[in-house]
Design a protein around this ligand. Structure first.
Ligand code: ADP
Ligand code: ADP
Length: 228
């Protein structure tokens, strides 16, 4: 995993009616390999924070670093899942999962094998040749999660990845994420509305609140979890 640092990061969105101060200043230090959840009410800046870490939003003030480097673009080894992740309808399910490998010109055979395994563990065996529009919303979200995991990223940024899933699938994907984390120790930033999910999966829970959003609490999760 890679470390994340935010020093006095502030975000102002430019809107037609002028700048909107949406976030911060916030200070945040996440160690390499840490599994961190962010919870907090709607509008407190959770998505905004995840976009800064993903390099999709540049701080209006302050500095954000991943792996010690100032973030200027989406980091190479990052998997990202948003609540409504976009899949390409002209590509098959398998081709969608393979997208990050295609973009980095990874060996085809190996990538296909990994993609098939991920799809199977996500309960999507047999759907490899379907198109995204033939799948349910929950299934599409699982495809997006598989795509994010394909290259075993050093950093996983997930903004309510399980929000649209039914309870059973949500639990299953949560456990799959935990298994991957235990095996490879990526740094994980998970935004969730579910406190139980945060407690079950993460090392640390950050609570945000307010407009502009700030960090109001930062807990280490003490619950013993299976390791190794
Ligand atoms: P969530 O709680 O899931 O983040 P929001 O309703 O806060 O949902 O925002 C959904 C998306 O809509 C955000 O990711 C953001 O890009 C966009 N958005 C939210 N508020 C505004 C706004 N005031 N002006 C423009 N876009 C916005
Ligand atoms: P959360 O994810 O916690 O729901 P967001 O990060 O989506 O919060 O939003 C934080 C604040 O920034 C909200 O007040 C929202 O309306 C505003 N906001 C989010 N995206 C945009 C945008 N693209 N333009 C203007 N305001 C935005």
């Amino acid at each position: 995993g890679v470390a994340i640092q935010m020093d006095a990061v502030t975000i102002r969105y430019n809107t037609r009616t002028g700048p909107v101060h949406a976030l911060g200043p916030i200070d945040l230090d996440i160690a390499a390999g840490e599994f961190v959840s962010i919870i907090g009410p709607s509008g407190c800046g959770k998505s905004t924070t995840s976009k800064v870490v993903s390099g999709l939003l540049k701080p209006s003030a302050g500095e954000a670093r991943v792996g010690g480097e100032r973030i200027t673009k989406p980091p190479q080894s990052m998997g990202i899942v948003f609540q409504d992740s976009l899949l390409m309808d002209w590509r098959t399910v398998l081709q969608n999962v393979l997208l990050p490998a295609d973009m980095r010109k990874r060996p085809k055979k190996e990538s296909v094998a990994t993609a098939m395994e991920l799809l199977a563990s996500a309960g999507l065996a047999g759907f490899e040749e379907k198109r995204p529009y033939e799948l349910s919303g929950g299934m599409r979200q699982r495809v997006a999660i598989c795509r994010a995991l394909l290259l075993e990223p050093e950093l996983l940024v997930m903004d309510e990845p399980f929000g649209a899933l039914d309870a059973l699938t949500r639990d299953r994907m949560g456990l799959e994420l935990q298994r991957i984390w235990m095996e490879r120790r990526p740094t994980v930033l998970l935004i969730t509305h579910s406190i139980s999910e945060a407690v079950l999966l993460s090392d640390r829970i950050i609570v945000m609140s307010g407009r502009p959003g700030t960090i109001i609490a930062d807990y280490q999760v003490e619950t013993p979890r299976p390791r190794e």
